[in-house]
Design a protein around this ligand. Structure first.
Ligand SMILES: Nc1nc2c(ncn2[C@@H]2O[C@H](COP(=O)(O)OP(=O)(O)OP(=O)(O)O)[C@@H](O)[C@H]2O)c(=O)[nH]1
Ligand SMILES: [Mg+2]
Length: 207
């Protein structure tokens, strides 16, 4: 994948409301920092700065606070990441003005309805996070977010037995509906997050 449009790699993180996008970012960032990478984070939220505020607090001491920003997209999360990503792109530029050394920016989308895909101008690589607790038939429904992302993340694997979801069926369906890879994660323990980072590295950082 070539990074022709700007001087920093960007990774979009989409997925339905509550699937674990912020939790995944929370797990990824310390590991990226341990690997020596300078990271910025943008959290898109419909009407608040809630995720950005929570992330800024969690990353205190490991990410400068001006590298964690919220973008309020208004009613529809798709707009800010796909149709008109200008607010997010302006934020990436602001990060770069203050921190030209940046290696990577993570952009969390607001929660959507399986349809949100990232504008390639905004994201060089895209993750789509679904949760087993939303029902085992989510991959089978072939939402554009699930099908078209670079990496599908099936999160909350720990909850599968509690909600009667067949994780193996979800994995089989993910293989059927997608050409690309998927990873199963538990963001409560960090299981699988290393695999997510390997894909991200292959997708953008060492491209
Ligand atoms: N059991 C379990 N809970 C999880 C896991 N990942 C996230 N959660 C919980 O799920 C809830 C929602 O997680 P978030 O990370 O806020 O989800 P989100 O996708 O960022 O949500 P929005 O930004 O509001 O769309 C929180 O209570 C998390 O603690 C997981 O792997 N297992
Ligand atoms: Mg969130």
């Amino acid at each position: 994948m070539s990074l022709t449009h700007r001087d920093v790699a960007t990774v979009g993180i989409g997925g339905p409301v509550g699937s674990g996008k912020t939790s995944l970012v929370t797990e990824m960032v310390p590991k990226l920092r341990e690997a020596g990478l300078d990271v910025g984070v943008i959290a898109n939220d419909i009407l608040t700065q809630a995720d950005a505020d929570a992330l800024r607090e969690r990353f205190e001491g490991i990410v400068p606070e001006d590298l964690v920003a919220g973008v309020e997209t208004g009613a529809c999360p798709h707009t800010g990441i796909r149709e008109d990503p200008s607010m997010n792109l302006a934020q990436v530029d602001d990060f770069l003005d203050a921190h030209p050394e940046l290696d990577l920016v993570l952009v969390e989308s607001g929660g959507d309805n399986l349809a949100a895909t990232f504008n390639p101008e905004l994201a060089d690589y895209s993750l789509y996070v679904i949760s087993v607790a939303e029902g085992e038939d989510i991959p089978r429904k072939r939402g554009p977010g699930v099908v078209e992302c670079d990496l599908l993340v099936i999160n909350k694997t720990d909850l599968a037995p509690h909600v009667g979801a067949d994780l193996d069926a979800m994995k089989r369906d993910a293989e059927t509906v997608r050409d690309g890879p998927f990873v199963a994660t538990n963001c409560k323990t960090g299981a699988g997050v290393g695999d997510v980072l390997e894909h991200v590295r292959e997708g953008v950082l060492f491209a």
